[in-house]
Ligand binder design. Sequence first.
Ligand code: 4IP
Ligand code: ZN
Length: 157
Amino acid sequence: MSLTPILEETLIKRSQQKKRTSPLNYKERVFVLTKSKLTYYELRAEKRFKKGSVDLQRIRCVEIVKSSTTIIPCQNKYPFQVVHDSIMLYIFAPSNERRSVWVQNLKEEIKNNVQIAAKFHPQFWQEGEWLCCGQVDKLALGCEGYNLFGDSKSPAI
Ligand code: 4IP
Ligand code: ZN
């Protein structure tokens, strides 16, 4: 049952740059959300090859990325962030509507996580700084309070 996909869609991701030497690039991947994981696959010759996976329990924040003043160098222009451990996974949706669907569904699945962030960065980590607050430490504490269901489009009940 937990393997049944909640959402499945081809989106674009930015490389997570887990190592200092990791390249910065953007890849089209098939994302699959289940009750336990967010997994992404490369699609080649109509076959799926798993490239990575995030345990939902490890996610600390899911939110849209405010990017009105940023150039987005890939086709999809509606970014959202999935912060897991100390890693930022930036995913780009093709429309505001699809982004909202992903963000709302992910938030629903992580709402009982123990380690939800108290603060987050509303803009990108880019070229060695946080565009929101100018901090130059990738691990710097977020500069804005994080409310899992505090979004004005979906007020807390
Ligand atoms: C890779 O670049 C891909 O972008 C990987 O994404 C990404 O891993 C790697 O980041 C990055 O080095 P190359 O294909 O040019 O090698 P994908 O796994 O979707 O193919 P992530 O962790 O983002 O999946 P690092 O940080 O793992 O090196
Ligand atoms: Zn910030």
